[in-house]
Design a protein around this ligand. Structure first.
Ligand SMILES: C[S@@+](CC[C@H](N)C(=O)[O-])C[C@H]1O[C@@H](n2cnc3c(N)ncnc32)[C@H](O)[C@@H]1O
Length: 204
């Protein structure tokens, strides 16, 4: 690559991950904890797993986890964190715009803070929904569109932010169990809102 070529999204994510402090402790997203705690461990699929905080948390609770990300840097950091935590995760280095999970292969599919343009998001959501087993669950969490203009972290392009009523149609034939907004006090006067959706595949 020459200096004049724009960086790919993958390269930009590698740089972002490389600039981050290594994770000290594995703190899963609270919406995942609330959903997964009462579930019996089975097979889980973490799409856009990043540094692996959610995948590692699931693996430590007995789940058989595959975690996908296109950032090699993120996956190296995630694998090191999994070693430190003494758990095994199947780290999959793939681009979610090209790779497809096996249909009906996971009892829990999670997609946390992946912000894509609508056409790409639809593709990934359809694949995520397809991967859910009968009786299995899908959890999507992302920055809510109401964050716009509040000066909080996350994309500043409305098309990349989540308004969960817009994604429901992309998940059929899954049934949406819950859509909610969760506020986080950032401790400096700002409040950030997460959009959360839980869906499931009917058993018959
Ligand atoms: C904000 S991080 C979220 C990480 C993790 N889900 C979490 O909640 O901690 C977004 C992740 O999506 C990954 N990502 C973005 N686009 C992707 C794509 N097309 N295929 C695979 N991974 C992608 C990035 O590398 C990054 O690790």
């Amino acid at each position: 690559m020459t200096d004049t070529e724009p960086k790919t999204r993958q390269e930009l994510w590698d740089e972002r991950h490389a600039a981050r402090e290594p994770i000290e402790s594995v703190e899963a997203d609270p919406s995942l904890v609330a959903l997964a705690n009462p579930m019996a461990p089975g097979r889980a699929l973490d799409l856009a797993a990043g540094d692996g905080r959610n995948a590692i948390w699931l693996a430590a609770r007995g789940w058989d986890v595959a975690a996908v990300d296109f950032s090699g840097v993120a996956l190296q950091r995630a694998a090191a964190a999994a070693d430190r935590a003494g758990v095994k995760v199947d780290w999959v280095h793939e681009d979610l715009l090209k790779w497809r999970p096996e249909p009906r292969s996971a009892d829990l599919v999670i997609l946390m803070f992946l912000h894509l343009p609508p056409e790409e998001r639809r593709l990934v959501l359809a694949a995520a929904a397809d991967a859910v087993t009968p009786g299995g669950r899908l959890l999507i969490v992302g920055h809510d569109r109401s964050n716009l203009g509040r000066g909080v972290p996350g994309p500043q392009d409305p098309a990349l932010l989540y308004a969960m009523d817009e994604v429901v149609a992309d998940l059929a034939p899954l049934v949406v169990d819950e859509v909610r907004q969760v506020d986080h006090d950032l401790g400096d006067g700002r409040v950030s809102t997460d959009a959360v959706l839980v869906a499931s595949r009917p058993r018959n």
